[in-house]
Design a protein around this ligand. Structure first.
Ligand SMILES: Cc1cc2nc3c(=O)[nH]c(=O)nc-3n(C[C@H](O)[C@H](O)[C@H](O)COP(=O)(O)O)c2cc1C
Length: 185
């Protein structure tokens, strides 16, 4: 299979403890046949080893919007894994507050029909907030695959959720006309 024919996974990484392990998700995804691009929240950038992630994906880590007229740095997404997802990003995503490239990408993924899995990393005290519970409920209603439970955080769970939805789908990647742009930035 040529590199071009591989399905493309966006990994959205937020500013949560443990985010520095995102290379594990990238590696596991690549082993399962995905090509991967990482989008970090601006705060999340400080939680990862950008150079190490770029070495794994072969692409720049994105965090800011491209300049007008610049080509889109990533191909359209066939699926998105959000891990780890913070309280902040989950609530903004559900509310449609697209003030970072990461959240804007997630907001657009709904309309574009891009399958999305999320692994929240949120303390019990924050998770008890009524806004958070409503956000998770709204995301589930949007078709988002929500993982992360009471057990230890498992990066691979994001891929298992997508696999349960029949992904990755091998063969030529869908064109942007079928999937939406996949990236507002
Ligand atoms: C060391 C450290 C660990 C953090 N871990 C978490 C976490 O696990 N979950 C969470 O929701 N916020 C966590 N935060 C707070 C977020 O970083 C903060 O809310 C940030 O604004 C989230 O930005 P983002 O959602 O754009 O990534 C942590 C902050 C620090 C300094």
């Amino acid at each position: 299979m040529s590199e071009q024919s591989k399905p493309f996974l966006y990994v959205v990484v937020c500013a949560a403890g443990g985010a520095d392990g995102v290379g594990r998700l990238v590696t596991a995804a690549r082993e399962r046949g995905w090509e991967v691009g990482v989008i970090a929240t601006p705060q999340g950038l400080g939680f990862i080893d950008e150079g190490a992630v770029e070495a794994l994906t072969g692409r720049p880590v994105r965090s800011a919007w491209r300049a007008p007229g610049e080509p889109r740095p990533f191909p359209p997404a066939d699926a998105i894994a959000v891990a780890p997802a913070t309280f902040n990003t989950v609530n903004k995503w559900a509310a449609g507050i697209a003030d970072t490239l990461a959240v804007a990408t997630l907001c657009e993924a709904y309309g574009a029909g891009v399958p999305t899995a999320v692994l929240p990393s949120v303390s019990p005290a924050l998770a008890a907030h009524p806004a958070y519970r409503q956000s998770i409920e709204r995301l589930r209603g949007m078709g988002v695959l929500v993982g992360g439970g009471s057990g230890p955080f498992r990066w691979e769970e994001a891929l298992e959720l997508l696999a349960g939805a029949g992904l990755p789908v091998t063969g030529p990647r869908r064109g942007s006309g079928e999937r939406g742009s996949g990236a507002p930035g």
